[in-house]
Design a protein around this ligand. Structure first.
Ligand code: 1CP
Length: 361
């Protein structure tokens, strides 16, 4: 609501405007590559405490914005806080990532369905409203959730990896997979709506493992639940923007964009941005997609890639970002370099303008 009266560049791009140079934020901009985050993380003890204590989670949300002056902050939390709030056991093993007590049967899922989501997520909403109050007026605050399929991968496999059990269930017990996705979809509609009510300016769905699915299952488990979430959240909050990030979707990006109603498509590192821009089935903002490995490497190649990506999408609504999250061993100075270089590009390069990006050869 505040977003309508205050000038927030990221929100303008989500509304379809092209801005030069494009506004910028980075997936996983909070985290272990920042010394101030490592200090905070040590104080918190464990990751769930850090994510669910509003004072600490607000601090983690603000740290990268304070250091780099990014155009957006993203709520500090994790995609697995949602199933945790529904009662599924979760811990973050040191240097190993999340570990959940996995859902074996429909009976395990029924226990989660009996849980009320509100109590376990109230601290997240408190973080959203504190962060919004403390951020500069021009900085967009992005709320988020994992997409149902990606969250289901952890709920059913219990940990990161190749998600062999979840993928196998699509054929051996499709009812169980569909029910888990249904539970997460319904909960996500409330969870994102509450974040918007608490002060998030827009929301993003992270679907890191969408690209593991063949096309028919991608439609069933990625496109349909995403469309349901976008419609339901917009029904409660008309005009609200949803960014979708179905990582490694390949050609399925086209029906995903055409059918889900998202406002912006998050391009992963493998996406050919100008090719996608030419093929877009409808007008949508694009976000991405610098290789996080190049951000880690730094140097002149980083500057060159920043110019190329921004130049290729000049004239189109584009939010500069990475193609996946910041790696933990990224030197923070490289992030500062990226932003400085992007903002120093004071006009789009002539040879890569809107014409090249939108007309066919
Ligand atoms: O030890 C630590 O400090 C924990 C590291 C960490 C952090 C900083 C985890 C564990 N989660 C987070 C925060 C987080 N995760 C954010 C908010 C901060 C920000 O973006 O700045 C967000 C949006 C996420 C999203 C997330 N969590 C995704 C989707 C995006 C992606 O990176 O693909 C996924 C798949 C997760 C699961 C997860 N949580 C944490 C880890 C290490 C993982 C990945 C595990 C795996 O590879 O399977």
């Amino acid at each position: 609501m505040t977003g309508k009266t205050i000038d927030r560049a990221v929100l303008r791009v989500l509304g379809g405007e092209a801005i030069w140079p494009p506004p910028v934020w980075l997936m996983r901009q909070a985290g272990r590559y920042l010394p101030e985050y490592r200090k905070l993380r040590a104080t918190a003890g464990n990751f769930i405490a850090l994510s669910t204590t509003p004072a600490m989670a607000t601090e983690a949300t603000l740290q990268p914005v304070r250091r780099f002056g990014l155009d957006a902050a993203i709520l500090f939390s994790d995609i697995l806080i949602l199933p945790w709030a529904l009662g599924q056991k979760l811990r973050y093993a040191e240097g190993e990532g999340p570990v959940m007590e996995r859902i074996e049967t429909l009976a395990d899922l029924e226990v989660l369905n009996l849980h009320r989501l509100k109590p376990g997520t109230e601290s997240v909403m408190e973080t959203v409203s504190r962060a919004r109050a403390e951020l500069p007026a021009e900085t967009t605050l992005i709320g988020f959730a994992g997409s149902p399929f990606t969250v289901a991968c952890y709920m059913l496999d219990g940990r990161g990896g190749n998600f062999a059990r979840t993928l196998g269930l699509a054929y051996s017990d499709p009812g169980l997979l569909a029910s888990v996705i249904e539970t997460v979809t319904t909960a996500t509609i409330d969870y994102l709506s509450w974040q918007i009510e608490a002060g998030a300016d827009c929301v993003m769905l992270f679907d890191s493992w969408a690209g593991l699915l063949p096309p028919d299952l991608f439609r069933a488990h990625v496109i349909h639940p995403t469309a349901r979430i976008v419609n339901a959240v917009r029904h409660r909050h008309p005009g609200v923007h949803v960014i979708g990030f179905p990582r490694l979707a390949g050609l399925m990006a086209l029906p995903y964009i055409a059918e889900t109603g998202i406002s912006a498509f998050g391009m992963d590192t493998a996406t050919d941005a100008p090719a996608l821009a030419r093929l877009l089935p409808r007008k949508v903002a694009l976000q991405g997609n610098l290789d996080p490995l190049l951000l880690r490497a730094g140097g002149v190649s980083l500057n060159y890639a920043v110019e190329r990506i921004a130049g290729e999408l000049a004239g189109l609504p584009h939010i500069f970002n990475l193609g996946h999250g910041v790696l933990p061993d990224t030197p923070p100075e490289h992030v500062a370099m990226l932003i400085e270089h992007l903002r120093s590009l004071d006009r789009p390069p002539l040879e890569t303008s809107r014409e090249t990006a939108t007309s066919s050869a």
